[in-house]
Design a protein around this ligand. Sequence first.
Ligand SMILES: [Zn+2]
Length: 274
Amino acid sequence: MNHTIIKLLRCPVCQSSMNVTDDGRVCRCRGPRTHCFDFARSGHLHLGGPHAGEGDTKEAVLARRAFLDAGYYRQLSDTVNEILDTLPSATVLDAGCGEGYYTNRMAVGRDVLGIDLSRAGIEYAARRAKQLQTRAGFAVASLFSMPVQNAALDAVINLFAPCAEEEFSRVLKPGGHLILVGAGERHLMGLKKVLYENPYFNSTRADLPTKMKTVMQKRLQTEITVEGVQMIRALFSMTPYYWRTCETDRAKLDRLDTLTTELDFDIFVFRKGI
Ligand SMILES: [Zn+2]
């Protein structure tokens, strides 16, 4: 974790700023009690409260990593990066970064802090950052109580994760931007057509910010063909349908060798007031 990212952090216990010991193994706060947090071997920190670590399981993380690494959502990642390039974005927070696919692709030419509740997700994200030598750093923590300084960031990214508007606003600099992505109405229609007799359209995210100003709205539509039953299953496991589809319907996917489906993303850019 580089020093720019350490400077963005605050102690989850006493909210003091943090620094790193000379041997680089411990992050400690400057508060009167000097709270200490060990860096994991892969380079990340555990800065969560009692609920941290309850995010996605290792199995879910592995499936998503396999799917994303195959490049099926690369266009979304590129589009988000292109938007970031047009904004002040020297320091970015990826709130709900999962296994860090998007985060590490963002962290080229800018410093990105990735936060997620899933230990398994953060572990992979941090390992990947080391391998690829990106400028991303990762911490396990809740989005609703982030170990991040006030008004510290140029931009916050929120891809499919819950929107904690108040907390995002707290960590953004005045005039900073929030990029939020949700499923568009036709997202994964091809998958839903296989599963259901009467697939319905998705509705817009219900948790859009209410206090920030919308400065841009963009729709990204494309089509992918997912190859192989493993990848199709991996895609399915990333969706909210995974948990509410019965066994008989699930089995329909296992009979496919390829799956062609629409992708449809709603991308919003909000700006915090000055
Ligand atoms: Zn402290």
